[in-house]
Write a protein that binds this ligand. Structure first.
Ligand code: ATP
Length: 451
């Protein structure tokens, strides 16, 4: 089980990925975990307006995420909380980064290698075969196979597991391995600057034979961190040391990443990890049950695997939950038990068919549904497509992969980018905003969404 502070940080990471950037920055970024008691996270926010917004829109999502992370039912409570630091909006200068990250310095998540994450415990399927093969090649031949190796994919699909497997395997061969999240890197840097120990900082990072950096997307927009990382990258790469980087999106979709870093990330091999298919999900559940020394009927494995489709962490959480339910109630593992154990883990979906949203938006913008689903990327077609993605995500709460599917088989990172872009335009362009609000009302009726 995670400690509450790490769980909260992880939940923030997930929200950052799932929400439009503007909303995340406005409402979520500067929140703070101020207390944890009796399975309740008390989260401080800047003012009553923010509290109300978060209350209506995010309570159930956040509780669900935290429940998944903590492996037991959790609730969240937003309260107004005066911080003595201003939320950093412009992170361009190091002073702001110091303020922004100060509170996180004590939070060290996942600093070391976790022996649980090995190549052996990783189930290979079509969705992750390439990532697995590339990681294995890198572990066997550091700095010879692919350098850097850049792995990307959605939340909970095994990126950390792969990085750590490389770490565990090379560590066992006495190579010096350093595993950090990009937030750890940022925090270390800030700490070093404050305590005038940047030389030690550089030594520490540059003497690694293998540097594994997890969740690099969080350095986007942080200029001084990017600058330092650029030099770390060059020093290691130049000395023939291996770099492995993970991210929730490919380098080209990292909007505020400096070009020189982006191009370096693409020097080696870039591989994605896709959501696992049903068979792989079942294999993962079987392997996890075996490891836990439990016998779980195939039928039960299949129900769980059908229900949780796009996040392996949730998939594992679901199995844990089903087993706990059975242990605590003394009831055998039946389909009914699974259904009730997983009832509140189901994602919330509106009854709205994605097709209907696509058709309505197409009509409003004077394009055809075929154009919306097609490959044409000219602005007249791309914009309505992005608006449809945005409405499906923001109002109908449909998952990123499902939206990609509904719009002609697009990647989840494309959908993520579209949502960020539309959210951004809504803030800048009044006319556009009215257009989107009108569509929203037409499709969903009036909702409490802050547009
Ligand atoms: N192919 C797999 N076989 C077995 N377990 C897996 C596999 N992929 C992921 N897992 C497990 O799923 C959980 C989530 O994986 P992991 O933390 O590596 O995801 P991630 O992609 O790094 O997520 P995030 O985006 O949140 O950082 C871990 O417990 C991991 O062991």
């Amino acid at each position: 089980m995670m400690n509450p502070q790490s769980a909260w940080q992880a939940a923030l990471g997930q929200l950052q990925m799932e929400m439009p950037k503007a909303n995340f920055d406005t409402w979520v970024r500067s929140t703070e975990l101020i207390n944890y008691e009796k399975n309740t996270f008390t989260v401080g926010v800047q003012n009553a307006y923010a509290r109300d917004w978060l209350d209506t829109r995010l309570t159930s999502t956040v509780s669900r995420i935290l429940t998944g992370l903590m492996d037991s039912s959790q609730s969240v409570n937003f309260v107004v909380w005066q911080k003595n630091i201003e939320p950093a909006v412009d992170e361009a200068v190091i002073e702001n980064e110091i303020e922004e990250e100060q509170r996180e310095i004590e939070v060290r998540t996942n600093r070391t290698l976790n022996p649980r994450y090995t190549f052996d415990s990783f189930v290979v399927g079509a969705s992750n075969r390439l990532a697995h093969a590339a990681s294995l090649a890198v572990a066997e031949n550091p700095a010879r196979a692919y350098n850097p190796l850049f792995l990307y994919g959605g939340v909970g699909l095994g990126k950390t597991h792969m990085l750590q497997a490389i770490g565990n395997s090379t560590n066992a061969r006495n190579l010096s391995v350093l595993y950090v999240s990009s937030e750890d890197f940022t925090n270390d840097l800030i700490n070093a600057i404050r305590t005038h120990t940047t030389n030690q900082f550089r030594d520490r990072y540059r003497k690694a034979d293998i540097l594994l950096i997890d969740d690099i997307q969080f350095i986007a927009g942080k200029e001084s961190t990017q600058e330092e990382f650029f030099h770390t990258f060059n020093a290691l790469h130049g000395a023939n040391k291996q770099l492995v980087i993970s991210s929730d999106r490919p380098p080209k979709a990292m909007v505020t990443l400096e070009e020189r870093l982006r191009s370096r990330f693409e020097w080696g091999l870039t591989v994605d990890i896709q959501p696992p298919d049903l068979e792989t999900r079942m294999a993962i559940l079987r392997s996890k049950a075996e490891r836990a020394g439990r016998r779980v009927p195939n039928e039960i494995i299949e129900i769980i695997a059908r229900q949780i489709q796009s996040n392996i962490r949730e998939l594992e959480g679901a199995l844990t939950r089903v087993l706990a339910f059975s242990d605590l109630s003394g009831m055998p593992l039946t389909t009914q038990l699974v259904t009730s154990a997983l009832a509140d883990m189901l994602p919330q979906h509106s009854s709205m068919e994605p097709r209907q949203v696509v058709n309505t938006v197409a009509r409003a913008f004077g394009v055809t549904t075929e154009q919306m689903l097609g490959r044409d990327r000219s602005r007249g077609v791309a914009l309505p497509r992005q608006v449809a993605m945005y409405l499906l995500r923001e109002v109908a709460n449909v998952s990123l992969p499902q939206i990609g599917q509904a719009l002609g088989g697009r990647d989840h990172t494309t959908v993520m980018y579209a949502c960020e872009k539309v959210a951004d335009m809504i803030e800048r362009d009044d006319h556009f905003r009215r257009q989107v609000v009108q569509l929203r009302d037409q499709l969903f009726g009036r909702t409490p969404m802050a547009l």
